[in-house]
Design a protein around this ligand. Structure first.
Ligand code: BGC
Length: 725
């Protein structure tokens, strides 16, 4: 039977309970993992879940793993349920399964979407081997406020970078053929504007201008759909007073009307239930009706759809055709990934056994780790360290730590394989006697005698490597902070060690930008190492000892102090810019200029690069033409290195105030010492477009500034004109 006929014939035969069964997603008690992930989950016992599968009341289960048990569940669905509709098995697999890759924010620092595509592919291979079909990833939320903890799961503050990584991750998860046994359905989330919560406070409200929603927060979703994403997850927040999970304009107007997206929308966990707490729905039934009629196809975990949709359909408040349409979307998803033809795809225990440890993924984890590291500062060339002839004091609470390697939202990582910082450094150096290792303090607390031991080790060494940062639970869901600083116990350790006068390299472990101060800010070298995953120790050592020349760049601005939040580089122009003359009545803080400590796009290498002036193919861009920008870049240092060449634009006069600069393209190039390359960007008027006061997405003729440079704060602009039609 043709695919569409099969689905229509099923819908025609389904009871209303079977239909609503397809629209619920439940944490899975059949498999042992679920309670660890969602301890408060309103789930039933294994027998009950299997009985519900048998009765055709369960279309999907999530956050359990294991091919064998998945197979058992599927067998009940196929052989014992009336219509034999397969279940789809989902989980939050965000940046690795057994092998853990850098947190997505860290990986975005590579400025290599192709790398993210490879790590997502590896993740999909391991996840599907463990009996999963569907992941709730990638998170594509733009995070302009570093107080918000979930920035760690996305690609940072910039829309072009975010869109490129969103698309790459979707391609990686799903692969080329969605029916392949190693294809994992992607779910861009959280739709939408989840990262724009007021004051960076998780689950808070989003008061956002329509053009900011359109031009900043929606494009990564559009990019994910253009890359083929098969489902999407709504967000918890409201948008201008209407919860996203019951937002008709968003879930139906934009998603279906404008973008023609055909896949199912799943609620973020109990977002439908939360309409009551929002004060947007009076009770369960009202919440169900509002969420469903707005366009939310699937209800996760609350059970509201199963409980209330049948009576809403019977009373005529929800048309049966609408119910059928959501069921159709879910069945089409199952069809698209081949579950009707091969219900046991991705449920092969033999493949799971073979995939418990794939050595090539360790190599990829190491490569992704070192490519994600950002060298912020390297005063006096203190880095790279020498593998011999130097006594190194490796100090800090992260040095031997195994609990803060994987970063947030890693549920299934193979902890036995995690490489600590100490192991990585030991493996890199020749003489074990050249290394002293001291914790100095705990993650948040002083250790008795810790500082004395650290100071003694520093005094006996030639160079100190101090590993500091946020405990990993400081970032991720529900981890908003008011002060994005290091814990005081760690700062105290840094001050004491710095007082020895030894050259100090600070390694930061972080899931957001940090406001650095005192001895940390003044350290000779500062290296951002995020949470790098399985191969953390090796990846960091590769950079420390120059086996890999760092090439990461900041995907988020590092502010000077927490109070600057939200700080992002592409803010709008003000009528009273603070620079160049710093008088009182300017857009400025009393205490300091509103500049970052390290801007978006910043990152050093062990070599240096020189940029020529960008050459434009024409001083004017015709309305239907293309402009070519060619820039000569030379490696002027002594070692091979990669540079991230960045293209920024600024619209001088427009019908709406425009950002001071916006990233429009980037290229990563590798140059041998002394080597030059021409980096070519092309652009047309679509790149210059924005949402104008009439709500249209259009470019406007006039003058533009253009930079080809090494960060959002570097380079000299050249001008060009966009001519009218
Ligand atoms: C998170 C989602 C996640 C879901 C299911 C929610 O709390 O916001 O990102 O996919 O739980 O675990």
């Amino acid at each position: 039977m043709a695919a569409a006929d099969r689905i229509e014939s099923l819908i025609a035969r389904m009871t209303i309970d079977e239909k609503v069964g397809q629209l619920g997603v439940f944490a899975d008690m059949v498999r042992p993992f679920a309670p660890d992930v969602n301890p408060e989950a309103n789930v039933h016992n294994a027998g009950e879940v299997l009985q519900q599968v048998r009765e055709g009341r369960v279309g999907s289960l999530f956050n359990g793993v294991g091919a064998e048990l998945g197979r058992k569940i599927q067998k009940v669905a196929i052989e014992e349920s009336r219509l034999g509709i397969p279940v789809i098995l989902a989980a939050d697999v965000i940046h690795g399964m057994r092998t853990v890759f850098p947190i997505p924010l860290g990986e975005a620092a590579s400025f290599e979407p192709a790398l993210a595509e490879r790590t997502a592919r590896a993740t999909a291979i391991e996840a599907t081997a463990a009996g999963l079909h569907w992941t709730y990833a990638p998170a594509v939320d733009i995070a302009r406020d570093q107080r918000w903890g979930r920035g760690a799961e996305g690609a940072g503050e910039d829309v072009v970078l975010g869109a490129a990584f969103a698309a790459a991750r979707v391609r990686g998860f799903q692969g080329e053929d969605p029916t392949a046994h190693d294809s994992l359905v992607a779910t861009p989330k959280h739709f939408a504007a989840y990262g724009a919560v007021a004051a960076g406070m998780e689950y808070s409200s989003v008061d956002i201008a329509p053009q900011t929603l359109r031009d900043v927060h929606l494009p990564p979703f559009k990019a994910a759909f253009d890359a083929g994403a098969l489902s999407v997850m709504s967000s918890f927040n409201d948008i201008n007073g209407v919860p996203a999970s019951a937002n008709h304009e968003l879930l139906t107007g934009i998603l279906r009307g404008e973008w023609k997206f055909a896949g199912p929308v799943v609620s973020d966990y109990t977002a439908d239930m939360e309409l009551i707490a929002h004060g947007y729905a009076a009770d369960e039934r009202d919440a169900t009706k509002k969420a469903f009629l707005a366009g939310l196809d699937l209800s996760m975990q609350s059970g509201f759809y199963a409980a209330h949709l049948p009576s809403l359909v019977e009373s005529g408040e929800v048309p049966m055709e609408w119910l059928d349409q959501s069921v159709r979307r879910m069945l089409e998803l199952k069809q698209r990934i081949g579950l009707f033809d091969d219900p046991y795809r991705s449920l092969d225990p033999a493949r799971e056994a073979d995939a418990t440890h794939i050595p090539a993924h360790d190599m990829l984890s190491r490569e992704a780790a070192r490519r994600s590291v950002v060298l912020l500062k390297n005063h006096g060339g203190v880095l790279p360290l020498k593998t011999s002839e130097q006594k190194i004091a490796l100090i800090g609470p992260f040095v031997q730590d195994r609990e803060n390697i994987e970063g947030c939202w890693t549920l299934f990582g193979d902890k036995a394989r995690y490489v600590t910082l100490e192991s990585g450094v030991r493996a890199a150096i020749g003489d074990p006697g050249a290394l002293a290792v001291v914790a100095g303090c705990g993650l948040e607390e002083a250790l008795e005698g810790g500082i004395d031991a650290a100071v003694a080790a520093a005094q006996a060494a030639d160079v100190v490597v101090l590993a500091l940062g946020e405990p990993q639970r400081f970032s991720g869901e529900a981890q908003s902070r008011t002060e994005i600083t290091l814990p005081p116990a760690q700062q105290a350790l840094a001050e004491a060690v710095a007082a020895t006068g030894k050259p100090m390299v600070v390694l930061l472990r972080n899931g957001r930008a940090l406001a650095l101060s005192g001895a940390v800010r003044d350290a000779a070298a500062i290296v951002v190492t995020w949470y790098l995953g399985t191969q953390t120790g090796h990846g960091v050592a590769d950079v420390l000892f120059g086996h890999y020349n760092p090439s990461g760049r900041l995907p988020i601005s590092f502010p000077q102090v927490s109070g600057q939040q939200p700080y992002f580089y592409n803010h709008l122009r003000t009528g009273r810019p603070e620079l160049p003359s710093m008088t009182e009545y300017k857009a400025r803080w009393r205490e300091l200029p509103n500049e970052p400590l390290y801007p978006f796009g910043h990152g050093l290498s062990y070599t240096t690069f020189e940029y020529g002036a960008p050459q434009l193919s024409s001083a004017a861009l015709g309305w239907d033409d293309t402009l070519t920008i060619t820039t000569h870049i030379t490696n002027t240092g002594g070692v091979a290195g990669e540079e991230v060449v960045q293209l920024y634009l600024h619209d001088r006069v427009a019908s709406r105030v425009r950002p001071v600069r916006e990233l429009k393209g980037f290229r990563k190039i590798l140059l041998a010492p002394g080597e030059s390359a021409e980096v070519v960007f092309t652009l047309d008027r679509r790149v210059l477009a924005f949402t104008n006061p009439n709500g249209e997405f259009a470019a406007e003729p006039g003058l533009f500034d253009l930079w080809v440079c090494a960060s959002a704060k570097s380079g000299e602009p050249v001008q060009f004109e966009l001519r009218g039609e």
